[in-house]
Write a protein that binds this ligand. Sequence first.
Ligand SMILES: [Zn+2]
Ligand SMILES: [Zn+2]
Ligand SMILES: [Zn+2]
Length: 298
Amino acid sequence: MRWLVDRALIKVLGTAQDAGHPQLNCQCSHCQAARTDASLKRLQSSLALIDKKEQKSFVFDASPAFSEQLDNLNELVRKKNYSVDHLSGILLSHAHLGHYLGLLYLGKEALNTSQLPVYLSQKMFDFLKNNAPWSDLFKNGNIKAEVFEFEKEYNLTKEIRFKAVEIKHRNEYADTAAFIVNTQEKAFFYLPDLDSWQGFERKFREILAEVDYVFLDGTFFDKKELGELRGRDLKEVPHPPIIETIKLFSDLNKAERSKIYFTHFNHTNRILDLDANKFEYVKSKHFNLLEEGQEFNL
Ligand SMILES: [Zn+2]
Ligand SMILES: [Zn+2]
Ligand SMILES: [Zn+2]
């Protein structure tokens, strides 16, 4: 008997690449549209996971928009009458702009949290504790490190567990994690940044078979837009384009494909075009595009 339904809730806090959408100082048609119509705005990639029973929330990645994202999470928490003291931890994927800058909001100048658990790899911990201003967060007791080993399972709450998977991604300062999260009923996989499918495709298929939702790197729609990146060499920009990922997994049945939600959209991404063609294309292939504020029951 499935009496333990909906034990947890995912709230999408952001779906944009590290610089957000609109991107600073960019006059492209996507960014201009997002400046004039707030409903087109997207914050940096982030998710909140709420354990309804324990009334605890966990945020995946501390983005530069953490302040606004926490407001959005608090609004949901108020609506559901959960405890106001819900923020119980942050899980960090890697040391790039969009994924850890928000940690600074936990310090003295802002939230001034006390021993908030931050789940991170050993390399990420070494990087943060040895470099100011991040090191101050540990010195001042704002956060405490909960160091995970890849491929090992840990409890976030009594009934929610996570496992970090190591991902190949340009790692200047530390390494990169993606997260598999399990409740007793359901599971999801959060993978915002990936260099390429090479060497990871098989493992991804195994993970996909075991989870209900995948939130996946959809930074670019196709390779054409890479030519529009300011001063960047095409070869040094990672991320498999949406169109290639769709082709690669076209052999999967509809139910499997429909578990996949693309996120982490760059401002150049064709799915941000105002004509609905790209959107319809993704839908017609039974994949999904993640929306700001979207909610999933677990
Ligand atoms: Zn990123
Ligand atoms: Zn732009
Ligand atoms: Zn990255």
